[in-house]
Design a binder for this molecule. Structure first.
Ligand code: LLP
Length: 430
C-alpha cells in the first residue's frame, strides 16, 4: 500500500507529523539517528488488546513482553495502563520493577535461566517462572528449599505444542525443532513433579509458538492442546490451575498487511474453552503488537551515489540501530519527513538502497525504496520500528546508540539520551 502510514503518522502541508509534532523539527532538535514513539499509539494498542479479550468475556492479564521495547518510560506508560510483564533476564526484571510493574503480574520466561537470576526473581516475589526443562525445575526447587520461603514458589510449565506458526524461521518457537518448551507428555510429567513438591506451586501452563503471527488459527490449534493438557494435569493432581498463558501477541502491519484483530483471537480462544467446557483466567504476553507501529527510527541522508546497477542513499542510521532488515530480511517502510514541493508528475522518483555507514554489505535498512527528489541532508523515517528496534541495537563499529524520544500529543521528551564516546568506554580498563 503506497500511502499507508501507521496510526497517528500523517502528512500535513508536505511534512510528516506524529500526533501533534512535526518530525523534521524533532529530528533537528535531538539529532539523528533517533527513535521516536507515540504514547497515544501505545495506549490505543493496549486498549484494543484488553477490550478485545474483555468483549469475548475473558479474564485477561496482559504481561507485556519487555524484550520488544524496554525503555523505562515505555514500561511506565504500560504499567500505568495496568500491564504486567513477561521478562527473560534479570536485566528485564530489574527494568520492569524500576518502572513500577507489580511483581505479582510478572512472569519469568527463557530456556537458560541462571542461578543469580532465579534468586533475584524469587526475592522479588514474581508470579511464576515459566519452566522449560527438568534441569531448570530441579535448580529452582533447590533454590526455593535453600531460601526457606514462607510460601510455595509459583511455577508454570512451558509447552511446545509442535504447531507451524507460519512466520519467519528465526521467530518460530513452537515446533519440536525449536529449543523452546517441552513436548506435551514431558510437560505433563514435569507439571506433576511440581504438584508433588513441598516448596513449589503449579499455577499455570504456558505456550508460545512464534512472533509476528498474522493468523489466529495456529494459536488456536496450540491453545486447544494446552487446554487438553490442563484437563489431564488437573484430573491426575486433583488441583485446579490458576491460569493458562497464551504466550506472545499478534503480528502488526509493516507495509500495510492486515494482521488479525485481538478481538477475533479472543473470540476463538473463548470458543475453545467453551467447547472444552472449561474456564480459566488468561495471561497473554504481547510485545510487538503494543509498540511496533508506534515507533520509527529517524535518520538523515549523508550521501547519495549511483552506479549503473544501484542508487545508494547512505544514511546516518545503520544495522547497529535497527538490525531487523539485515537479520530477518524484514521490510520496514521508509518515507521522507518532508515531501518535495514538486507535483508527482514533475518529480524525479528513484529507487534507492538505503544503507548505513557500517563496514558490511549486510548493513542495509531498505531495498528498492522509492523516494522522490531525494537530496543529501534530507531526513527519512524508518517506520514500525517501535518493537525489536532499540532493544536489539548494539555498539558495533563503536557507534554510540541512538536517542529515544516519547511523543504525547503536542509534547515530546527525551527518554534516553544519545550515548557519548565516553559511554562506549565506561566499562573497560586499559
Ligand atoms: N513471550 C515469549 C515467551 C516470547 O518468546 C516472545 C517473543 C513474546 C512473548 C513476545 O512476542 P510478540 O508479541 O512480540 O510477538 N526479534 C524478533 C522477534 C523475537 C521474538 C521472540 N519472542 C523480531 O524482531 O522480529
Amino acid at each position: 500500500m503506497e500511502d499507508w502510514l501507521p496510526p497517528h503518522f500523517a502528512y500535513r502541508k508536505n511534512q510528516l507529523w506524529l500526533e501533534g509534532v512535526k518530525l523534521d523539527e524533532v529530528a533537528a532538535e535531538y539529532g539523528t539517528p533517533c527513535y521516536i514513539y507515540s504514547a497515544r499509539g501505545i495506549r490505543e494498542a493496549f486498549e484494543r488488546y484488553r477490550s478485545g479479550f474483555e468483549a469475548a468475556g475473558l479474564d485477561v492479564t496482559i504481561c507485556y513482553a519487555v524484550k520488544a521495547n524496554s525503555n523505562l518510560a515505555i514500561l511506565r506508560l504500560l504499567q500505568s495502563l495496568g500491564a504486567g510483564a513477561d521478562v527473560v533476564s534479570a536485566g528485564e526484571l530489574y527494568r520492569a520493577l524500576e518502572a513500577g510493574i507489580d511483581p505479582a503480574k510478572i512472569v519469568f520466561a527463557g530456556v537458560g535461566k541462571q542461578r543469580p537470576e532465579i534468586e533475584f526473581a524469587l526475592q522479588k516475589g514474581i508470579k511464576a517462572f515459566n519452566v522449560e526443562s527438568a534441569g531448570e525445575l530441579a535448580l529452582i526447587e533447590r533454590i526455593a528449599l535453600e531460601a526457606r520461603l514462607p510460601h510455595a514458589l509459583g511455577i508454570s510449565i512451558r509447552v511446545n505444542p509442535d504447531v507451524e506458526a507460519e512466520t519467519h524461521p528465526y521467530i518460530t518457537t513452537g515446533k519440536h525443532s525449536n529449543k523452546f518448551g517441552l513436548a506435551i507428555e514431558d510437560a505433563k510429567q514435569l507439571a506433576l513433579k511440581v504438584v508433588a513438591s513441598p516448596v513449589l506451586k503449579l499455577r499455570g501452563l504456558q505456550m508460545h509458538i512464534g512472533s509476528q503471527l498474522l493468523k489466529v488459527q495456529p494459536i488456536v490449534d496450540a491453545f486447544r492442546r494446552l487446554v487438553a493438557l490442563a484437563g489431564e494435569v488437573e484430573a491426575i493432581s486433583g488441583q485446579k490451575l490458576e491460569y493458562l498463558d497464551l504466550g506472545g501477541g499478534l503480528g502488526v502491519s509493516y507495509t500495510g498487511e492486515q494482521p488479525a484483530d485481538p478481538a477475533i483471537l479472543a473470540q476463538a480462544i473463548a470458543e475453545v474453552l467453551k467447547e472444552a467446557g472449561r474456564s480459566y483466567p488468561l495471561l497473554t504476553e504481547p510485545g510487538r503488537y503494543l509498540v511496533a507501529e508506534s515507533g520509527a527510527l529517524l535518520t538523515e541522508v549523508l550521501y547519495l551515489k549511483s552506479n549503473e546497477a544501484t542508487n545508494f542513499a547512505i544514511v546516518d542510521a545503520a544495522m547497529n540501530d535497527l538490525i531487523r532488515p539485515a537479520l530477518y530480511q524484514a521490510t520496514h517502510k521508509i518515507v521522507a519527513l518532508a515531501l518535495p514541493k514538486n507535483s508527482v508528475a514533475e518529480s524525479n522518483i528513484q529507487n534507492y538502497e538505503v544503507v548505513g555507514p557500517i563496514c558490511e554489505s549486510g548493513d542495509w535498512l531498505g531495498r528498492n525504496v522509492a523516494l522522490s527528489d531525494l537530496e543529501e541532508g534530507a531526513r527519512l523515517a524508518i517506520l514500525c520500528a517501535g518493537a525489536y528496534g532499540f532493544t536489539m541495537a548494539s555498539n558495533y563499529n563503536s557507534r554510540p546508540r541512538a536517542a529515544e524520544i516519547l511523543i504525547d500529543g503536542a509534547q515530546h521528551r527525551l527518554i534516553r539520551r544519545r550515548e557519548t564516546l565516553e559511554d562506549l568506554l565506561a566499562a573497560e580498563r586499559l
